[in-house]
Design a protein around this ligand. Structure first.
Ligand code: F6R
Length: 241
């Protein structure tokens, strides 16, 4: 694991964007695994700026997002479809047919999960997977537990995650209780992984991820088993390492 500590959120975002850009320059048809949430917003802004300055071309890039809430329509501003469209895709030259997100509105979750895993496989697999991390050590929506589901699957969100994500909703009751997420095996099969974290509330999870025991109780600790992980964090998130 390569750990890079940057001064603050802005520097972390810039560094992350440079890493994504170098991946895309090296392989213009890269398959990127993408995350939502607050953490990658600065990175997306930096990438948009690079695109506007003609420094990066997304025309051949394919993307697969990590997760989506169940029963939120793509038009719902809290859905990850809406987030990706508005914070990234509509600002760059990516083809809509090259962007993939799980359908949280599906009647047949199992079928949706299988078909998503198949699409990732058919695209040649993820070249670079971008991850955020929950304060409880989740990646994607793979929540801590005795067992982890390796494939794409439906999950019940942990109380801590509902609490953490309630800041995006008017009330905590509006946060969906269920989501679909790619599983740990799908994440670990990516050729390279980029984990981002910012802020004091991520410090404990980061310490456990980098130097704790590998345990399903801290899903991000499984990244220790992957040969190509870069962790970019700011000083606050690095507070306990
Ligand atoms: C989002 C995702 C989650 C978030 C995590 C951190 O697609 O997969 O694992 O990365 O919950 O969220 P923020 O960045 O909002 O602190």
């Amino acid at each position: 694991m390569r750990v890079i500590i940057e001064k603050d959120y802005q520097a972390m975002s810039k560094k992350a964007a440079l890493l994504v850009a170098s991946q895309v320059r090296l392989k213009p048809s890269s398959v990127l695994g993408l995350a939502t949430g607050s953490t990658p917003l600065g990175m997306y802004d930096e990438l948009i700026e690079m695109y506007e300055d003609d420094e990066i071309d997304f025309s051949q890039v394919k993307t697969f997002n990590l997760d989506e809430y169940c029963n939120l329509s793509p038009e719902n501003p809290q859905s990850y479809h809406y987030y990706m469209q508005n914070n990234f895709f509509k600002h760059i030259n990516i083809s809509p047919e090259n962007t993939h997100l799980l359908n949280g509105m599906t009647d047949d979750v199992k079928k949706e999960c299988k078909s998503y895993d198949r699409k990732i496989k058919r695209s040649g697999g993820i070249d670079l997977q971008v991850l955020g991390i929950g304060p409880n050590g989740h990646i994607g929506f793979n929540e801590p537990g005795k067992k982890l589901n390796v494939r794409t699957h439906e999950v019940e969100l942990a109380e801590e995650t509902i609490e953490a994500n309630s800041r995006f909703f008017d009330t905590k009751d509006e946060v969906p209780r269920r989501a679909i997420t790619v599983g740990i095996a799908t994440i670990l099969k990516s050729r390279r992984i980029l984990l981002l974290a910012s802020g004091r509330n991520k410090a404990k999870a980061i310490r456990e991820t980098i130097s704790g025991y590998v345990s399903t109780q801290v899903p991000a600790s499984l990244l220790q088993t992957h040969p190509e992980v870069t962790v970019i964090i700011d000083e606050e998130a690095a507070d306990l390492i």
